[in-house]
Design a binder for this molecule. Structure first.
Ligand code: IPM
Ligand code: MG
Length: 352
């Protein structure tokens, strides 16, 4: 069967950066069938919905989805249900993409981009495994109501043990393939939901005797990530804490324009997207960094299509381009060569 990839360029710099990743995927001659559809603000403009039915159908039928980014100031004043972010949350839930893998890797060539001292971050290679379809993000009841004569806002944090177990397994498996250390992050000193989280992680541990499991409270984890980030190999946490910690971890590298991500279901169908946003300020100028999207395509090759060799080829091409001194504006420093989105894509293709 022909492997099917759905491309969702999205908003802002999305079309430019996915364009380069599509060229890279095409160059691998793996026979991918690629189709393009609308998500986010672009979809709102065209159809009135951030995750229109046509996109839903194509997303269900595809083996993998490559997403640029969604959102922008243009849509920030729309009602919550119509905002681009709702499209992103919608596709995550619709495709049951509960496992979000967010690596934070410091490329030696980009060590200066970090705001932390080189001795703190050099060699950094951590993976955050974030639960993506549960927690306070999706919990009911929620809302803003009038109660007792004033406005009252409320959300609900909850996890079933099944939800915790399945993300726990993904994290243990990932740790087993890497440095064999897993740190589970919770707030069990205050929140019952995360006491259950900790209990379930402990119950899973005997199934993975090669992996050393530790626990950390989320406030301490936020602190340890900037104090001594290399103590971590794999971190696993819930949706809300994972949202925050993954942004923090990405900034340890100083170059969020380099970081890919994968969101997987139980059968390794996945949505792949750069960790950065839609950067409306530089959209359409041809200057955005396509490397995080290209590296997301590499994750797609690895996790959905089991094409480890091809994934490595793409990752090595990106490393080669960095070693040559080519930089987009976000990672530029004196002594390197500044290039635009397309030239960066060309260089990766050449290095392939
Ligand atoms: C992310 C983003 C999203 C999230 C927003 C855009 C809904 O911050 O992917 O981390 O909170 O999950
Ligand atoms: Mg986020």
């Amino acid at each position: 069967m022909t492997p099917k990839i759905l491309i969702l360029p999205g908003d802002g710099i999305g079309p430019e950066i996915t364009g380069e990743a599509v060229r890279v995927l095409g160059a691998l001659s793996l026979g991918f069938e690629m189709e393009t559809a609308l998500l986010g603000g672009a979809a709102v403009d065209a159809t009135g919905e951030p995750y229109p039915e046509a996109t839903q159908k194509l997303a269900k039928a595809a083996d993998a989805v490559l997403l640029g980014a969604v959102g922008g100031p243009k849509w920030d004043t729309l009602p919550r249900e119509k905002r681009p972010e709702k499209g992103l949350l919608g596709i995550r839930k619709h495709l049951n993409l509960f496992a979000n893998l967010r690596p934070a890797i410091l490329y030696p060539e980009l060590a200066n981009a970090s705001t932390l001292k080189p001795e703190v971050v050099s060699g950094l290679d951590i993976l955050i495994v974030r639960e993506l379809t549960g927690d306070i993000y999706f919990g009911q009841p929620r809302g803003i109501e009038n109660r007792g004569g004033e406005r009252f806002g409320f959300n609900t944090m909850h996890y079933t043990e099944t939800e915790i177990r399945r993300i726990g397994r993904v994290a243990f498996e990932a740790a087993r393939k890497r440095g064999k250390r897993l740190c589970s992050v919770d707030k069990m000193n205050v929140l019952e939901t995360t006491q259950l989280w900790r209990d379930v992680m402990n119950e899973l541990a005997p199934e993975y005797p090669e992996v050393t499991l530790s626990h950390m409270l989320v406030d301490n984890a936020a602190m340890q990530l900037v104090r001594a980030p290399r103590q971590f190999d794999v971190l696993v946490t819930g949706n809300m804490f994972g949202d925050i910690l993954s942004d923090e971890a990405s900034m340890l590298t100083g170059s969020i324009g380099m970081l890919p991500s994968a969101s997987l279901d139980e059968h390794n169908k996945g949505l792949y997207e750069p960790s950065h946003g839609s950067a409306p300020d530089i959209a359409g100028q041809g200057v955005a960094n396509p490397l995080a999207t290209i590296l997301s395509a590499a994750m797609m090759l690895r996790y959905t299509f089991n094409e480890e060799a091809a994934a490595r080829r793409v990752e090595n091409a990106v490393k080669a381009v960095l070693a040559k001194g080519l930089r987009t504006g976000d990672i530029f420093e004196t002594g390197t060569t500044k290039v635009g989105t397309k030239a960066m894509g060309d260089a990766v293709l050449a290095a392939l």
